[in-house]
Design a protein around this ligand. Sequence first.
Ligand SMILES: [Fe+2]
Length: 293
Amino acid sequence: MNYPVDMAVHPEVTGFFDEATNTISYIVTDPASDACAVIDSVMDIDYAAGRITYGHADAIIAHIREGGLRLEWIIETHVHADHLSAAPYIQQELGGRIGIGEKIMEVQETFGKIFNEGTEFQRDGSQFDALFVDGDTYQVGEMACFAMATPGHTPACMVHVMGDAAFVGDTLFMPDGGSARADFPGGDAGELYDSIQKILALPDEMRLFMCHDYGPGGRDIAWETSVAEEKANNIHVGGGKSREDFVRFRTERDRQLAMPKLIIPSLQVNMRAGEVPKDDDGRPMLKVPVNGL
Ligand SMILES: [Fe+2]
């Protein structure tokens, strides 16, 4: 696939770090207009109390309002397993279309079964406003953007490229953080390696923005690097690491990882484009499948 890269466009990128989940959400602004996009927003949850709030999303909304920006897109790089999306809340406040990869349908099929969602749960991605396939293009104002399919962590993972900025979701982490896990249902370490190679094939100067950072070794949280940096220094794939070595390493590492703390609520909400499911009486309600994951 030949992707329409345009390194001459330099969008302004503002990151919002969520301490509770180590997620970075972004506002990306078209340099030629007042249009912007939000990538991977976060809804706050106190899971022990079953309480949902919107402090993180409100900070993003305030930034957009104060800047006089117009929100056109609310993008999810994938169905996150470690935080809940605030996409519908932001959309209600500011408008914009919610988009995700078309392979969301596979994710909905898998987790629709695990959570025993019944027939009223649609598995056709219709909860989202737009479903992207590999190479799809779209606009944020006058800025041409495209989606690149990068499965492996999950089937629906996509990297979104806007000018000289790429939002990598859960594929790569910062060079000293390596790569995302590939052991969730539908994940595949070999596919993840191939997807990472697609990112590393982008121009060396492409700015890469992470979805997560955990500050390995106690360093300060960071979320921006470049293709050149990742190619040279990424501890899991840098220096031309082979597919075979990566798959062996990734598979062994994933066996030792615990489930993300918020995977149970995250999947139920995020596979519905950020809507909390409702019980038969219309009350927001989450389930816990016992020994189901
Ligand atoms: Fe993820």
